[in-house]
Ligand binder design. Structure first.
Ligand code: E4P
Length: 217
């Protein structure tokens, strides 16, 4: 399973990238706002650091304008994945970008039916939003499972990029299902290292070690 980091915070991306944890990056207009940076500048900086796909999202709502924006974003670097919303206009733009060989991430996917359309439109990635479905008492992980089954039934090549990840459990559930990629905030990725028994076990080892009076160096 590939790890994308869901942020436009360059320092946070660098920390994970230096450990080899980053296979790609996803951004969106809210994350650009949070970064306080210019979209073109920060996206270029991220693309220079990370060799995998970096999603940059269009903000136009009509296909023609999405295509203009997407082509400008694609000029930032060769590893840009143009991110478009899962609307009819977004699918139209997706098809146009895919036909020209651009990577496309179709975002804001909330149903299996939408995911089928993204695959038919030639998306490189479809982004089902797990957390936002959970927020309205629907089962986001179940959607990932449904899309996996459908894509496998028809050998669709679009990669399932599980998004809106809120906790470590979301990531392990996606891994069990066989999501191709997860994108998660840096804090959630780092939280994967945590376990209460690890902390407890380490505490005991250190106490016992102190009692030996020994030093390794
Ligand atoms: C995906 O590409 C989105 O940027 C992101 O996962 C949205 O997550 P949120 O629902 O926590 O805002």
């Amino acid at each position: 399973m590939k790890f994308f980091v869901d942020t436009a915070d360059v320092a946070a991306i660098k920390e994970l990238n230096d450990l080899g944890m980053v296979d790609g990056v996803t951004t969106n207009p809210s994350l650009i706002l949070k970064s306080g940076r210019d979209i073109l500048e920060v996206t270029k900086e991220i693309c220079d650091m990370v060799s995998g796909p970096v999603s940059a999202e269009v903000v136009a709502t009509e296909a023609k304008d999405m295509i203009t924006e997407g082509l400008k974003l694609a000029k930032i670097a060769s590893n840009i994945a143009i991110k478009v919303p899962l609307t009819w206009d977004g699918l139209t733009a997706c098809k146009a970008f895919a036909s020209e060989g651009h990577m496309v991430n179709v975002t804001l996917c909330f149903s299996a039916a939408q995911a089928i359309l993204a695959a038919k439109a030639g998306a490189s990635f479809v982004s089902p939003f797990i957390g936002r479905l959970d927020d309205i008492n629907l089962d986001g992980v179940e959607l990932i499972d449904d899309i996996r089954t459908i894509y496998d039934n028809y050998d669709y090549k679009t990669e399932i990029l599980a998004a809106s990840i809120r906790n470590v459990n979301h990531i392990t559930e996606c891994a069990k299902i066989g999501a191709d990629v997860i994108t998660a905030p840096p804090a959630v990725i780092k939280a994967m290292a945590n376990h209460v028994l690890t902390d407890k076990g380490l505490d005991q080892f250190l106490k016992d070690w102190a009692k030996t009076g020994q030093k390794i160096v």
